[in-house]
Design a protein around this ligand. Structure first.
Ligand code: SAM
Ligand code: SF4
Length: 479
């Protein structure tokens, strides 16, 4: 959908300017949270309405332990009643770490002369993808530094290279991108290569603070980054992911800004961001990060719960930057996607020795959850989550799937849950260890029984029939 300034203006007068730091601070300073008010706001969200900036400000300002608990329980209820127990799994694949920018928090910054620069060759991409397919991955996010070598043509080429790799019964069905902003023509090229989501994080939404961390290169231009995903929309990519790097500035400001960004997208393009990411800064070698704004685990949990309530129909992505222990807790509050079996060293899905020896990873940032995909799935099953590799909506042209999940009655039970069951069945047959297989079939059976008992419109017999077909060797069956 084309940019529509009139609509922006009509729907939301505050759209101009799109991020106004004083306005956001004004909301936070004026917020007067009480238990009653917090309850009203949570109820609004449970009634499937997204929150205003002022309402979100009330939630971020609620410091009283009882109110914090109310917020967490509200988010949990929203997650349980609307989204259920599915968790979508993906893996990142770092294509190249050359970079002309100087983001002071990132090990790939140009001034870090210790970083070993590497770009995967086509053959190396193929072997990395084959290794990922051998683990059972179906969804990847490709990550690139910002460098003239990684222009739109190159990104499109790498996307096609990934899709072409078919190892055994494996294939990658959805390739998302985390890369530098492109121009409209460039976005069109990567869209034509068949990407899913294009992610760009603003890092910090505060314009002045932004300058302090971005010391050189194109990324120094705050405004250019802020409108980067508008250009993607103009190019026809209506599936975009926003994010903030928590730890650079006050988390409350960033949460409100993410909500503002989501509102902006919705007002201008009739579709909010597909996903929100909230990476927390992790220790990066040779970086003495100021810890003034470091977000502790308790605050991190609140951030996720508040985002779940504020933008109830947007996917929330949690990554392996977080430890096993933190991931376990915050998933309860509405995370919809996590990575599994993540390795950040370039080339390390194929070459295990890179994880121990060269450890390029130290130069970018640390990951804190090193478990294999099988181990992650094992734990999800133990906790009655339903691991999913579903890619159906995007391949059927059902974009805006999170919105449909949220707003179309019965959508999750009719499509998402059956597709989660079918993609998990594929994983169990092709890649799982015997004990994970056993747990997986048990969880599938429990989910099928629940669907049959409570959702008469769901064709459970047809799901069972398709599971049998998967056991017989058919693949990629979806609703
Ligand atoms: N170069 C592209 C860019 O900057 O948008 C994409 C790749 S960059 C590695 C992807 C994201 O990693 C950044 O947007 C930033 O949020 C995150 N990141 C960078 N340094 C980090 C650190 N020390 N800890 C956690 N996340 C970090
Ligand atoms: Fe380069 Fe991205 Fe790292 Fe900044 S965050 S130094 S742009 S790779």
């Amino acid at each position: 959908m084309k940019f529509n300034p009139e609509k922006c203006k009509i729907d939301d007068e505050r759209m101009k300017p799109f991020i106004d730091a004083d306005e956001i601070w004004g909301h936070i300073t004026n917020a007067t949270p009480t238990k009653k008010r917090v309850e009203e706001i949570i109820n609004k969200s449970l009634n499937k309405q997204r929150l205003t900036l002022a309402e979100t400000a009330t939630l971020v300002s609620a410091d009283d332990p009882e109110m914090i608990e109310q917020i967490k329980m509200g988010a949990k209820k929203l997650k349980d009643t609307i989204y259920g127990n599915r968790i979508v799994l993906f893996a990142p694949l770092y294509i190249g770490n050359k970079c002309t920018n100087n983001c002071s928090y990132c090990g790939f910054r140009a001034s870090n002369k210790d970083a070993i620069r590497k770009t995967l060759s086509d053959e190396e991409i193929q072997s990395e993808v084959a290794a990922l397919e051998d683990n059972g991955q179906k969804r990847l996010i490709l990550v690139y530094g910002e460098h003239p070598d990684y222009g739109a043509d190159y990104i499109a080429h790498t996307v096609k290279t990934v899709y072409d790799v078919k190892k055994g019964k494996g294939e990658i069905r959805r390739v998302n991108i985390n890369a530098a902003p492109l121009e409209i023509e460039g976005y069109k090229k990567v869209k034509d290569a068949g990407i899913g989501t294009y992610q760009i994080f603003q890092e910090t939404y505060h314009p002045e603070v932004y300058k302090e961390y971005h010391l050189g290169g194109k990324k120094r231009d705050y405004a250019n980054r802020l409108i980067a995903l508008d250009k993607a929309q103009e190019a026809g990519i209506d599936d975009v992911g926003i994010g903030a790097l928590f730890g650079l500035y006050d988390w409350r400001f960033e949460v409100l800004s993410l909500v503002r960004h989501a509102n902006h997208m919705e007002a201008c393009y009739n579709v909010g961001p597909h996903t929100i990411s909230f990476p927390r800064i992790t220790e990066a070698s040779t970086i003495g990060m100021n810890d003034r704004y470091i977000v502790n685990d308790e605050e991190f949990t609140r951030i996720i719960a508040i985002l779940r309530l504020a933008v109830p129909y947007t996917g929330l992505i949690l990554t392996a930057r977080e430890s096993e222990h933190v991931r376990r807790e915050v998933m309860e509050y509405g995370v919809s996607q996590i990575d599994g079996g993540t390795k950040l060293e370039i080339g390390s899905y194929t070459d295990q020795s890179l994880n121990e020896d060269q450890n390029l990873n130290k130069e970018q940032f640390k990951i804190n959850d090193n478990r294999s995909l099988n181990e992650i799935i094992d734990e999800l099953l133990d906790r009655d989550f339903l691991p999913s590799f579903c890619t159906a909506c995007y391949r059927l042209g059902r974009t805006g799937e999170h919105f449909m999940e949220f707003s179309v009655p019965g959508f999750i039970k009719r499509y998402c849950a059956p597709n989660a069951i079918l993609t998990l069945s594929e994983y169990l047959v092709d890649y799982a260890t015997p004990d994970v297989q056993e747990k997986g079939w048990r969880v599938i059976e429990e989910n099928l029984k629940e669907l049959a008992a409570k959702h008469k419109h769901v064709r459970v017999d047809e799901i069972r029939n398709r599971i049998e077909r998967i056991k017989q060797g058919e693949r990629d069956l979806y609703f």
